[in-house]
Design a protein around this ligand. Structure first.
Ligand SMILES: Nc1ncnc2c1ncn2[C@@H]1O[C@H](COP(=O)(O)OP(=O)(O)OP(=O)(O)O)[C@@H](O)[C@H]1O
Length: 707
């Protein structure tokens, strides 16, 4: 590969290290800057082992050098004065790590924990670890994190990093969020559905607490790239604090020539490695398959480099990787090794990866959007927003000066949307509406910062009615079944299956299947050892389909004394299986609390298939003479995913599927064979309630099977 074949122009140089920070306050008169906050001291600081002391000391010194540190007093004065504050600050200025510490040190949280939400698990975990180090406390003591199915906090905890989804769930049992006096919503520009719901929930909690004369709830809304006026307007014209200043300079280069973005990324990494000083590289690509194949190409290329160059250590990073592997990339590279990480947008916000000096941004990401008319999840590679491009740039320049190479032109950058389209405008809303109903809030009255489209709301209401979670679509009232469904941190269709399991005598099996579907993929893929991998996976295949296949893997996994080795030999992901076991335990606890009796159907797979139908009755597809599958509710032509236990020659006539995903083709993922006569038996009154796209109301019964 020719390293000089790629041409970039300098787009802009972000101002060099600012010793001084500009601190602008809108809507209020400017605040004088000051430093030297007196307040609480960390009583936990002295009990560390001496080995970690120097690391901790370095972290503390780094903290003092952050732009935000010198204005902490003025910042806290502003926060003290207003019930809601918006903080807009450059990436790396110290918002995520410092704001909760300042609040704690100033005592603004009283005797309650400070909640700080993140859109992604990996950010919540890694930032909590770093802040624990800065504060000289063990993780889970003064500082901890809570993500779905994992709580690393204790009764000592004062600062809790958490995913936005976790705080949403807390609001289900306490609308006033009385566990907290201060809540920080971080990275709000990502506009995940949970963040958007949280915005309405925390605003309501503030109002409820004022009405009941409870201690006020302080809110801080933060990002480096948000539409401040929109957010400020939503919070009654609250003040906006603009923190200008960053520790290090990041130069941005835009590519001039037009080549495919994957090729451009590879060439850029080669160029960096051959002609730029030491420093690790973070490359943003779009998805798992693309990353895996690019990692392989990069590893092959690395073998051809001259022996004088440092070695390259190449890592993938995406959500489906086991958490330990995701966290691996945070470790510093050994001396004379350059780390190159190929990541999805999982690495886009909040995180600091040790050693990253160069960012390569392909300008695209894979976006999942839900079509309420067809009920299909569409996964499409799309251009990112300018806000995302800015966040990606911000992953460099955190521990030293950096460079960001954008593999697209300046003109393309200028044509990108300014902000990311909120997820709530493009996702399935049934879990959201169910949760709002549990909080006693009707979607009609809910104060969405941006209201979702009507057809998405109607689609969700139809689904909830069909699941018997609400009384009617026109005037939705939560049924007792619906209230039970919301007790599980699951898609309502999955909770419905668990709640239906006693009827079919298969609760133990369904607990396993739902746990396996709720975690990350338990199968690992190896393009290099494809045949070996397929033989290993096929040992678990069940002729009924993928759900019982998952059950087989889990059951065998649980019998192994040395699961790590066994997983490795069988191309299975040990971390994800262990995680599934922990999810299963937690779901089982909820079942016990709801007095759902245990039951097992043993080797009989029919009860499992029938139970799947109670939640997935809209997801039925029938084989056509051309071997494609026609979906019942939407008449879409699809195919069973090639990784399925029943793909190829085992294709059954009629299947129930868990997911319909459109990439280049429409694929059914996780399918199980059913007998169409079971539909009337299991869900007799459902088809007339569920007509998407005006499709034939008797579509379930209109099957004729093709063997
Ligand atoms: N895990 C870590 N390892 C080393 N340094 C870290 C780590 N986490 C944070 N830092 C340091 O703290 C600085 C501030 O990080 P912080 O996440 O608070 O910034 P931020 O303003 O919230 O940025 P962003 O908007 O990108 O989330 C980083 O630039 C880095 O110097």
């Amino acid at each position: 590969m020719n390293p000089v074949a790629i041409v970039y122009v300098v787009a802009k140089a972000v101002p060099a290290a600012l010793q001084e920070i500009h601190f602008k306050v809108f809507h209020k008169s400017p605040v004088t800057m000051d430093s030297g906050l007196s307040g609480r001291n960390n009583a936990h600081g002295n009990n560390q082992h001496s080995r970690s002391y120097s690391k901790q000391e370095a972290a503390r010194q780094q903290r003092h050098a952050l732009p935000i540190f010198s204005v902490r007093k003025s910042l806290m004065e502003m926060v003290r004065k207003s019930s809601t504050t918006i903080v807009l600050g450059e990436t790396g200025s110290g918002k995520t790590t410092q704001m909760p510490q300042f609040i704690y040190e100033a005592g603004l949280n009283g005797d309650k924990m400070i909640a700080i939400t993140q859109p992604r698990r990996v950010a919540a975990i890694t930032v909590a670890k770093w802040v624990a180090l800065e504060m000289g406390t063990a993780l889970g003591d003064l500082v901890g994190y809570t993500v779905r199915f994992e709580d690393m906090t204790s009764e000592n905890s004062q600062i809790r990093y958490m995913t936005d989804g976790i705080l949403c769930r807390e609001a289900l049992s306490d609308r006033q969020l009385r566990n907290y006096n201060v809540i920080i919503l971080d990275e709000v520009h990502e506009r995940t559905v949970a963040t958007d719901v949280l915005l309405g929930v925390v605003k309501k909690a503030q109002q409820l607490r004022a009405l009941k004369r409870l201690p006020p709830l302080k809110l801080i809304i933060m990002s480096a790239t948000m539409d401040c006026d929109h957010f400020a307007g939503y919070f009654f014209d609250c003040p906006i604090i603009y923190l200008q200043g960053r520790m290090y300079q990041v130069k941005v280069y835009q590519m001039v020539e037009k080549i495919s973005y994957i090729e451009a990324c590879l060439k850029t990494v080669v160029e960096i490695h051959q002609s730029h000083p030491a420093g690790d590289v973070l490359v943003f690509l779009t998805g798992q398959e693309e990353i895996d194949s690019t990692v392989n190409k990069m590893r092959r290329l690395a073998k051809s480099f001259s022996g004088d160059l440092p070695k390259l250590a190449v890592y993938p990073m995406y959500a489906a990787l086991p958490q330990t592997q995701q966290l691996d990339v945070f470790n510093p590279a050994p001396a004379n090794v350059r780390k190159v990480i190929f990541a999805t947008n999982i690495a886009e916000t909040s995180i600091t990866i040790n050693g990253i000096r160069y960012v390569v941004d392909c300008g695209r990401s894979k976006v999942r959007s839900y079509d309420p008319i067809t009920g299909m999840d569409i996964l499409k590679v799309s251009w990112i927003s300018q806000a995302q491009a800015h966040q990606r740039t911000g992953r460099a320049g955190r521990l030293s000066d950096g460079i960001c190479f954008r593999t697209y032109s300046k003109g393309t950058y200028e044509r990108l949307e300014k902000m990311t389209v909120p997820e709530i405008l493009r996702c399935n809303l049934s879990a959201t509406i169910l949760n709002l109903l549990v909080m006693g809030l009707n979607y009609k009255d809910f104060d969405f910062i941006d209201k979702p489209p009507e057809e998405a709301i109607v689609g969700a209401l139809l689904e909830l009615k069909a699941l018997n979670a609400i009384s009617s679509v026109e005037n939705p009232i939560l049924t007792s079944l619906g209230a039970k469904m919301a007790r599980f941190p699951l898609d309502p269709r999955y909770s419905k299956m668990l709640l239906s399991a006693p009827k079919f005598g298969c609760l133990e099996e369904m607990l396993t299947i739902i746990a396996m579907l709720s975690g990350e993929n338990i199968f690992t893929y190896s393009s290099a050892k494809r045949e070996q991998m397929m033989i290993a996976h096929s040992k678990f295949f069940d002729k009924s389909g993928d759900h019982v296949t998952l059950l087989n893997v889990y059951n065998e996994f649980k019998t192994k004394a040395k699961p790590k080795m066994w997983c490795f030999d069988n191309f299975l992901n040990e971390r994800n299986l262990t995680h599934a076991a922990s999810i299963r335990e937690q779901l089982s606890e909820i079942c016990k609390m709801l007095d759902i009796p245990s039951s097992s159907c043993g080797k009989d797979t029919v009860p499992v298939a029938k139970c799947l139908l109670t939640g997935l009755f809209t997801n039925i597809a029938m084989k056509q003479p051309d071997h494609l599958y026609l979906t019942s509710a939407t008449a879409l032509k699809t195919r069973i995913h090639p990784s399925s236990a029943v793909s190829g020659k085992f294709r059954p006539p009629v299947v129930v599927y868990t997911e319909l995903v459109s990439t280049r083709l429409n694929f059914l993922r996780n399918v199980t064979e059913i007998d169409p006569s079971w539909i009337d038996e299991v869900v007799p009154n459902v088809s007339h309630l569920y007509q998407r796209n005006g499709h034939n109301e008797n579509s379930f019964r209109s099957f004729s099977t093709h063997k």
